[in-house]
Design a protein around this ligand. Structure first.
Ligand SMILES: Cc1ncc(COP(=O)(O)O)c(C=O)c1O
Length: 280
């Protein structure tokens, strides 16, 4: 029988155990948002974004972000044809149409030339996906977005720690989303976040994530419109706070694992690893 290489598991230290224990023991009543508030500050700080909205998954984060950007039924949204299905499903949730375009041979990330070819008068957004920690050609993508007045939502679910010209993936477009599923570089069990520098996107996504409640109205049981609930729990956020403190270490270890594969695969003739900027 062949030995299988198991999928990655989160790295859990005493710090995660301490924070989650504290959240279980004390994080209730008036303290029930304490770790969420801390996490929504510390994670975007690492990314280099002003605002962060923690969610129950990255899939939910994509759904909220698209709605907050004003993407609506009938719009066309450009996505790479090689990604996890969750990059695409939320486009369908809102009745918009995913338009698939090819990826580049060396990074498996969306090809900017193909993006421009796919644009029609219905196109309103592009979702570049930083696949496997590889990095999309963000300068070209942002230039196209500006030229055609399109929104850019970076799917950085797999791109935590990757950088493009000194900027962290997920901090370059109108908004970026991350996943904290157990297979990702850092984890909260399940979870996600929207990071953005755009206050309007952040505010709209926050209202949508609270059943449509607008804090400016100040009435607890009053919803101007219906919304959604993709919230992260305080327990998950406690784990997230500990993982953020260890992010440099977690990303460095990921690089180390990559170097093992790179070395190990040298014996395979003609085998080419993708260009991976996180590792450079
Ligand atoms: C590229 C990409 N986008 C989105 C997601 C969705 O993340 P989540 O499972 O947290 O909803 C994933 C998760 O595997 C992913 O790899």
């Amino acid at each position: 029988m062949q030995n299988k290489i198991s999928i990655t598991k989160p790295s859990i230290s005493e710090l995660e155990i301490e924070y989650v224990n504290d959240a279980i023991r004390n994080g209730w009543g008036p303290k029930c948002y304490d770790y969420i508030n801390k996490f929504e500050k510390s994670f975007p700080e690492y990314i280099g974004s002003k605002f962060g909205l923690a969610t129950s998954s990255c899939t939910g984060a994509i759904h909220l972000a698209l709605m907050a950007m004003g993407i609506k039924s009938g719009d066309e949204v450009i996505v790479p044809d090689s990604t996890w299905i969750a990059s695409v499903e939320p486009i369908l949730y809102i009745g918009a149409k995913p338009v698939f375009v090819d990826v580049l041979e060396d990074t498996w990330c969306i090809d900017p030339i193909e993006i421009e070819r796919a644009i029609t008068n219905k196109t309103t957004a592009i979702i570049p996906v930083h696949l496997y920690g590889n990095v999309c050609e963000m300068d070209e993508i942002m230039e196209i977005a500006t030229k055609y007045k399109l929104k850019v939502l970076e799917d950085a679910a797999e791109g935590l720690g990757s950088e493009y010209k000194g900027k962290k993936c997920g901090s370059i477009g109108d908004a970026g989303v991350f996943s904290f599923h157990g297979t990702k570089t850092m984890s909260t069990g399940e979870g996600g976040i929207i990071c953005t520098n755009n206050k309007e996107i952040y505010s709209k996504a926050s209202i949508l994530n609270d059943h449509g409640r607008d804090p400016k109205i100040g009435k607890t049981f009053w919803m101007e419109n219906y919304g959604y609930k993709y919230k992260m729990s305080n327990l998950q956020a406690a784990m997230g706070c500990a993982q953020v403190k260890r992010l440099e270490e977690l990303v460095a270890h990921k690089r180390l694992v990559f170097s093992w594969y790179k070395e190990g695969f040298k014996i395979l003739k003609g085998f080419k690893l993708m260009k991976n900027r996180i590792m450079q």
